[in-house]
Design a protein around this ligand. Structure first.
Ligand SMILES: *Cc1c(COP(=O)(O)O)cnc(C)c1O
Length: 397
């Protein structure tokens, strides 16, 4: 099918949620390089929005998927035990220090589970409340509950009434945190680096304060690591950089390297709030998704994490070099590990830069606030980062 035929089919039959998409169709890939039907190559700095952490055609990953497919069983449902699910649950808990996990199929579902768990914990303590605290500029997903947790007015407007009663506070506003995080709340949900809104890291004092306030009020702290988790920032969880541990934390994007899976992990008393019948999923935690997750989790070892850290440091340095050279265009470089954002001034448009780079064979993302977002596969090489920087350099000249 040609690009134009595909575009026409999509415009006729797909809901209009994604509008006109970017002009490339990827049909193959190897390492951090994608190819289209004409054989044009693109170095990938988006990884399907921080998902394809092992890149493309990873031999071990493909062998695991093929093995599961060849077993003849992709899905069994949660009436039954399955080994990949139990093993992934154990490995994730061991690596994160959490006690228990629930698997869903996406980031939104992982957060939905987290919020429900917090609500059930409040209920089990006899707390008559539907109040939560979230941050402005957050993003937690597209289901009604997670949309409500998302502190961005534009997402709420057409869908009112939103679910539950969320108080949205500004990130890093210590006073607002002190007045909002009180014992009448069911939970507090934050991303330690706000990905969708422009790769905005929270300040350490703020995260420590939120942690302390939640502990004091016995309100579960939910850290949404759907984008930042599974090694993206150079640690398995981004909260490790802050020296805090959530009561509930969520994973999704990189966990399955493209096979849909989300995880909600919890520790401490909140874990026991769910009993039989409180939550569930038909597909969640199926053998295929968990085999994928298990392989990815095993691959994110110290060696991989230090590669992410090194490549991230080099990448950031190079972006800062560009910012120093073109202060009229680049006004901020933020992020950790291989989740980086470069904020542009009003003189450049992030989407136009994205389009231009795509033509030149680079896939990048954008985020809120006119920001270029970079979230390459973890296996990205210094040379590939260098090529992107050279191309950006020429673009801004
Ligand atoms: C992507 C994302 C989500 C939503 O994940 P889906 O898989 O699209 O439902 C939730 N939280 C954060 C921080 C994300 O980046």
């Amino acid at each position: 099918m040609t690009y134009d035929e595909l575009k026409k089919l999509d415009s006729e039959y797909y809901m209009k949620t994604f509008g006109t998409r970017l002009p490339a169709v990827f049909t193959g890939g190897s390492g951090a390089v994608l190819t289209d039907a004409e054989g044009k190559e693109y170095i990938d700095f988006l990884a399907g929005i921080a998902v394809n952490c092992l890149g493309y055609s990873d031999e071990g990953f493909q062998a695991v998927l093929k093995g599961q497919v060849d077993s003849g069983v992709i899905h069994t449902c949660n009436y039954f035990y399955n080994e990949p699910q139990a093993r992934l649950a154990q490995l994730l808990c061991e690596k994160t220090g959490m006690d228990r996990v629930f698997f869903g199929n996406s980031g939104a579902e992982a957060n939905e589970c987290a919020l429900k768990l917090a609500k059930k914990y409040a209920y089990s303590k006899g707390k008559d409340s539907d109040r939560f605290v979230a941050l402005k500029k957050s993003f937690h997903g597209r289901t009604l509950f997670t949309l409500s947790a998302t502190g961005q007015e534009k997402f709420h407007e057409p869908f009112r009434p939103t679910a539950y009663d969320f108080t949205y506070i500004d990130a890093n506003d210590m006073e607002a945190a002190k007045s909002a995080v009180t014992a009448d709340k069911c939970g507090v949900i934050v991303e330690v680096i706000q990905g969708e809104s422009g790769v905005l890291p929270l300040r350490e004092e703020f995260v420590s304060l939120i942690r302390a306030l939640c502990t004091e009020a016995d309100v579960p702290l939910i850290i949404d690591e759907v984008q930042t988790g599974m090694g993206r920032t150079g640690r398995l969880l981004a909260q490790e950089h802050y020296g805090v541990k959530a009561d509930i934390t969520t994973l999704a994007k990189a966990l399955g390297n493209g096979v849909p899976i989300g995880a909600c992990l919890a520790s401490g008393p909140v874990v026991d709030a769910f009993g039989p019948g409180d939550h569930g999923s038909t597909f969640g935690g199926n053998p295929l998704a968990c085999a994928a997750g298990l392989y990815v989790t095993e691959r994110i070892d110290d060696r991989m994490l230090s590669h992410i850290e090194n490549m991230g440091a080099y990448f950031r340095e190079q972006l800062e070099f560009l910012m120093a050279k073109y202060p009229e265009f680049i006004v901020g470089v933020r992020g950790k590990g291989l989740l980086l954002g470069a904020e542009l001034s009003g003189k450049a448009d992030a989407h136009a830069v994205q389009d231009e780079l795509l033509k030149k064979g680079f896939v990048i993302g954008t985020a809120g606030g006119n920001t270029l977002r970079f979230a390459p596969p973890y296996i990205i090489m210094q040379k590939q980062i260098g090529l992107l920087i050279e191309t950006l350099d020429r673009l801004f000249q």
